[in-house]
Structures are given as structure tokens and as C-alpha cells.
Design a protein around this ligand. Structure first.
Ligand code: ADP
Ligand code: MG
Length: 256
């Protein structure tokens, strides 16, 4: 095996990648997600915004079962999320996640961070895993950092490693949870550029972000969440120029 599997392009435009129907979640007594309904088609890019505490992270974490929902249905790539651990494993292999705080393993090199899951989860031979890792490190434009440790890299570089690491598993869907909000301003662009590149290749993406330039550039739809609900959902131009709800207008006036 010389080169990694090509990025999975959308086969049928109408194919559903992620489907949430009537999803509710509680943290103890606290009703954090209230009747979430969202269908994401393959190749679609969804940007999710909303005030802090509105449930954005919880919603995307439910999609790869980092959090459990209590009511309603979540189907990812045709697999319904239940307590079946085998199915959860299957979904986690297909869904890549990038967090605000990179979450790289500090005691492993960049290359080892990227090869860990392919070797242990996918049982890929080490040499092949390293080839795949170098391929994606080149794509995020930091192959020369492969033998360094995360602490030796800038925040922007670490976040690009986190993206490369997720891509090494050939995910069908990528989830981003405020990937640039912990970065110094001068590093935001290099991470956003990487994400734009992914979008252009047809990756299905759900991104929690307040980078509205990014939303305008790549999103098919922008979602506004507040108090655990999807308050508004529209294509970016409409969303920004004609927000329908007072809460959306207020939110946009504060961040734009
Ligand atoms: P957002 O990402 O939009 O800021 P979150 O999904 O992180 O929102 O959180 C939504 C709400 O749920 C917040 O009020 C937060 O305090 C609460 N919350 C988040 N995680 C937990 C948890 N593990 N246990 C209890 N409450 C939580
Ligand atoms: Mg959050």
C-alpha cells in the first residue's frame, strides 16, 4: 500500500450522513438539548454558532457518542447510535473530531500521534501508517515537524496536527468544536485554510465556530443554537443578511 485511500467523495448528493430526530439530552436535571432535528447530507458543510452554554458542544459530541442522548434518534452513516459498543466503535472510526484544545498526546511525537489510531484501531502496519501520516502532515504543511513533540509546536501547528491525525483514519465525517478559539489571532488563518481545503474536497463537516468569514465561504447552512434548541437554520447569505429571530439578530450584532 503506497498511498492512503482517497478522500471519500460524495457518491449520491442526497445520501444522508448524519440524522438527528427529536433528540433530547439531560445532564442530571438540566435539559441541555431540546428536540434537536437535523439532517446533514453527504458533502454538506454545516456551521453551528450560538452563545456559550447553548449546547453546541454537547450536540456534536452526541454524534460520536462522547455524550449520550436520552431521547430521540441519532443515525450516523446509516448506523443508529445505541448502547451497542460495536456500533459506537464503527461510528468513531468514520467520524473524526477536532477539539478546541487540540488534545494531542504530549509524550508522543507528531508522527506517533498520527499513527497511533491507524496502528491500534485499524491494525495498519506501522510502515503504512507512517506513510499515511506523512501524506496528511504534508497536506497540512508541516511534514518537517514529524519527529517533534506537541509542546515544541505553536498552537496553530498543533491544531493542524490534530486535523492531520483525524484524517489518518480516513473519516467520512469531520466534527470541529471551536478549533480556532484557543489560537492566537495570527494562527487562526492557517487552521481555517486547512479546513477550507477539506471543504473543497467534499468532506462532510459540522463545525462549531464563530468564524463567520469561514461560514460565509464554505457553509451550506448555518445553524444558530440557544438554550439547547436550534433556533434558526439557513444558507449563509440569508442567515447573515436576514436573520429571522431576535435572539439571532442580537447574537450576530455582538460577534460581527
Ligand atoms: P456550548 O458548547 O454551546 O458552550 P455545552 O454543550 O458545552 O455548550 O454546554 C451546554 C450546557 O450544559 C452548559 O450550561 C454547560 O454548563 C452544561 N454542561 C456541559 N457539559 C456538562 C456536563 N458534563 N455535566 C453537566 N453539565 C454540563
Ligand atoms: Mg462548546
Amino acid at each position: 500500500m503506497a498511498s492512503p485511500a482517497p478522500m471519500k467523495m460524495p457518491t449520491t448528493v442526497n445520501e444522508v450522513a448524519v440524522d438527528l430526530t427529536g433528540v433530547h439530552k439531560w445532564y442530571g436535571e438540566f435539559h441541555v438539548l431540546k428536540d434537536i432535528n437535523l439532517t446533514v447530507r453527504r458533502g454538506e458543510r454545516i456551521v453551528i454558532c450560538g452563545p456559550s452554554g447553548s449546547g453546541k458542544s454537547t450536540m456534536i459530541r452526541c454524534i460520536n457518542r462522547l455524550e449520550e442522548h436520552q431521547q430521540g434518534k441519532i443515525v450516523v452513516d446509516g448506523i443508529e447510535l445505541t448502547n451497542d459498543l460495536k456500533k459506537i466503535d464503527e461510528i468513531r472510526r468514520e467520524v473524526g473530531m477536532v477539539f478546541q484544545h487540540f488534545n494531542l498526546f504530549p509524550h508522543l511525537t507528531i508522527l506517533e500521534n498520527c499513527t497511533l489510531a491507524p496502528i491500534w484501531v485499524k491494525k495498519m502496519p506501522k510502515k503504512d501508517a507512517e506513510e499515511v501520516a506523512m501524506h496528511y502532515l504534508k497536506r497540512v504543511r508541516i511534514p518537517e515537524q514529524a519527529l517533534k513533540y506537541p509542546g515544541q509546536l505553536s498552537g496553530g501547528q498543533q491544531q493542524r496536527v490534530a486535523i492531520a491525525r483525524a484524517l489518518c483514519m480516513s473519516p467520512k465525517i469531520m466534527l470541529f468544536d471551536e478549533p480556532t478559539s484557543a489560537l492566537d489571532p495570527e494562527m487562526v488563518k492557517e487552521v481555517l485554510d486547512t479546513m477550507v481545503g477539506l471543504a473543497e474536497e467534499g468532506m462532510t463537516m459540522l463545525c462549531v465556530t464563530h468564524e463567520m468569514g469561514f461560514a460565509r465561504q464554505v457553509a451550506n447552512r448555518v445553524i444558530f443554537m440557544d438554550f439547547g434548541q436550534i433556533i434558526e437554520m439557513n444558507e449563509p447569505n440569508e442567515f447573515f443578511s436576514h436573520p429571522q429571530h431576535e435572539r439571532t439578530k442580537l447574537f450576530l450584532s455582538q460577534i460581527l
